[in-house]
Design a protein around this ligand. Structure first.
Ligand code: NAP
Length: 241
């Protein structure tokens, strides 16, 4: 492990886009803490990275569990005293789940995508505040974009996922509030859309790989002093809110 390597925490890192963000950051010399609900799955996911000599450590993290989040914050405070990067990647989309009412889908989605993300962010702020270049990346979705939803030519106009989109719109609102609040302290807080990507969340449908999806998240996590704060973008550039 590089001495003085930056330290990143990625939530939902045991699979999909979170796993690819882990790889992308670790390949840039960042020590990545892979936040995983099931630590055994995390150890399995981390094994190939560790075998390849990358600085990757699985840690237990369920963002809906206050005790899990508090325990991790304490563990990181004791081990490192700070972190540099938080990637809020953990998230769900429940719009197509059978046997749940729409209000149940909304409540569960908000609990994970919004309240869970807020819980983790609040717990990590003291550790991020100890960094000289604190960065927060919120993994959002262009499905939350009001501007794109109003464009009939938008390539995803046929994808209507009301509770998921509402949760990511709330995440976008948190992004701009945190950016305004923390920007004066040197933070960069940005939302990204990884793009429609083949993961368990999409039944592995599109051709886009998690590695392609991770590029914009890694770029924002490593953005320099001149980088954006309070932005929403994908790998093609800024997105309308
Ligand atoms: N795939 C796409 O097309 C797409 C497009 C735009 C945005 N996104 C966003 O990208 C992010 C990653 O999605 P993905 O496609 O990689 O999905 P995925 O393969 O389903 O991975 C989701 C990850 O989140 C974790 N997670 C779920 N609930 C959690 C909780 N309470 N605490 C901690 N971790 C939790 C999962 O852990 P378990 O394995 O334990 O369930 C898993 O590691 C999500 O925020 C998603 O909304 C995805």
């Amino acid at each position: 492990m590089e001495e003085n390597a930056r330290i990143a925490l990625v939530s939902g890192a045991n699979r999909g886009i979170g796993e690819a963000i882990t790889a992308g950051l670790a390949n840039e010399g960042v020590h990545v803490l892979m936040g995983c609900r099931d630590l055994e799955k995390g150890k399995e996911a981390a094994a190939p990275f560790v075998a390849a000599g990358l600085a990757v450590t699985p840690v237990q993290l369920d963002i809906t569990d206050a005790a899990s989040v508090a325990a991790l914050a304490q563990q990181l405070a004791d081990s490192f005293g700070h972190i540099d990067i938080l990637v809020n990647n953990a998230g769900v989309g429940l719009d197509f789940v059978p046997d749940l009412s729409v209000p149940e889908k909304m409540a569960q989605t908000l609990e994970i995508n919004v309240i869970g993300t807020l819980r983790l962010t609040e717990a990590m702020l003291p550790l991020l505040s100890q960094s000289s270049q604190p960065r927060i990346v919120n993994v959002s979705s262009e499905l939350a974009s009001f501007g794109l939803r109003h464009d009939p030519e938008w390539e995803h106009a046929d994808k209507i996922l009301p509770t998921y989109a509402a949760s990511k719109a709330a995440l976008n609102a948190l992004t701009v509030s945190y950016a305004a609040q923390l920007g004066p302290q040197g933070f960069k807080v940005n939302a990204i859309c990884p793009g429609f990507t083949a993961t368990a969340a999409t039944n592995f449908l599109p051709d886009r790989t998690p590695e392609e999806a991770a590029v914009v998240a890694v770029e924002m996590a490593l953005t320099g002093e001149d980088g954006p704060n309070g932005s929403f973008s994908n790998d093609r550039g800024p997105l309308p809110w």
